[in-house]
Each structure stands twice: as structure tokens, then as C-alpha cells.
Write a protein that binds this ligand. Structure first.
Ligand code: FES
Ligand code: FES
Length: 174
């Protein structure tokens, strides 16, 4: 006879004792309002990719060191891998899927014309960083470009084409 039987205690082992601490968090993303049920410290990147299915934003390093996960928060390029979803508040999130307007169109068209991507993995982050740069500085110098893009790593070394494409987009926007 087991110890449980001896003391007459019936234990229901089917009871799930884990505690669900997820919250409903409302996000303003790509012009829509979306509610995600996630843990408050979930990185925005996972809410974007896994919960909302917007997979254009990539996971690279997870420590704000590569730029693959770059989105805009109120137009500011932001590393979504280290941004807790609870810290976003009512700020406007833009991912590569929601990048629209004259600057975004000029960047995308220059990227295509100059055949910038190689493997492509880093490129949505590069494009988001480039759009933010051109929104802030319409005719960037090489130094402006290098400063703005330095946190966006490309393992394929497409940096010369990225720089040329940003200049081409700037020219198209004149
Ligand atoms: S995945 Fe966010 S910076 Fe690398
Ligand atoms: S195009 Fe391959 S990592 Fe940038």
C-alpha cells in the first residue's frame, strides 16, 4: 500500500499547477490595433514574429548587436529583440511589412535596382535603418550613412551596395 493510500489522500495528477502570467497587451502596429496575450517581458520581436506572424523582422543575435530585428517605434529604429512588449505602450510600431510612404518606396526601389541583398537575412533590418536615416537626413553623407547603419551587421558584406542604394534613394527623393 502506498503512502497516499495509507493517509487516504487522493491526488489528482492531471491538475496543471503552472501559473499563466500572460497579459493582454494592445499594440499599435502597422496602422492596426492588435492585442497579444504574452508575458509582459516577452521581447517585442517574438510578439511580432510568433504571435502576429509578421516574419519579415528577423532574429539574429538577441542581444542588440546585429540589427536584424530592427523595427520603428514612433519612427525610431529599435532593436525589437531587447524591447519588452510591455515597454512599448501606445507607441507606433512599424515593421518591414508596414513600411510605406515615399521614403520607404524610394529605399525599396533602390535596393532592388542595385541588387543589394545577398543571402537577404539582414536586409529587412538594413532597410528599416535606411528609412529612418532618410526620414531624418534627406541627403546623407557617407559618414552619416556609416554612423546610422553601423549597428546593422551584414555577414555577406553588402555594405558598399547598401551605401550606394541609400545615396540612390536620396537622389530619387530630391
Ligand atoms: S536580433 Fe536584435 S539586434 Fe540582433
Ligand atoms: S545579405 Fe546576407 S547577411 Fe546581409
Amino acid at each position: 500500500m502506498s503512502a497516499r493510500e495509507l493517509v487516504g489522500i487522493a491526488i489528482d495528477t492531471t491538475i496543471d499547477t503552472t501559473i499563466d502570467t500572460s497579459l493582454d497587451i494592445t499594440l499599435d502596429i502597422n496602422g492596426r490595433t492588435e492585442t497579444v496575450a504574452v508575458e509582459p517581458d516577452t521581447p517585442l520581436l517574438w510578439a511580432v514574429r510568433q504571435t502576429l506572424g509578421l516574419t519579415g523582422t528577423k532574429f539574429g543575435c538577441g542581444i542588440a548587436a546585429c540589427g536584424a530585428c530592427t523595427v520603428h517605434l514612433d519612427g525610431v529604429p529599435t532593436r525589437s529583440c531587447v524591447t519588452p512588449v510591455s515597454a512599448v505602450g501606445g507607441r507606433k510600431i512599424t515593421t518591414i511589412e508596414g513600411a510605406t510612404g515615399a521614403v520607404a518606396a524610394a529605399v525599396q526601389s533602390a535596393w532592388t535596382a542595385l541588387d543589394v541583398p545577398q543571402c537577404g537575412y539582414c536586409q529587412s533590418g538594413q532597410v528599416m535603418a535606411a528609412i529612418a536615416l532618410l526620414n531624418a537626413t534627406r541627403a546623407p553623407t557617407d559618414a552619416d550613412i556609416d554612423t546610422a547603419m553601423q549597428g546593422n551587421v551584414c555577414r555577406c558584406g553588402t555594405y558598399p551596395r547598401i551605401r550606394a542604394a541609400i545615396h540612390a534613394a536620396a537622389l530619387a527623393l530630391e
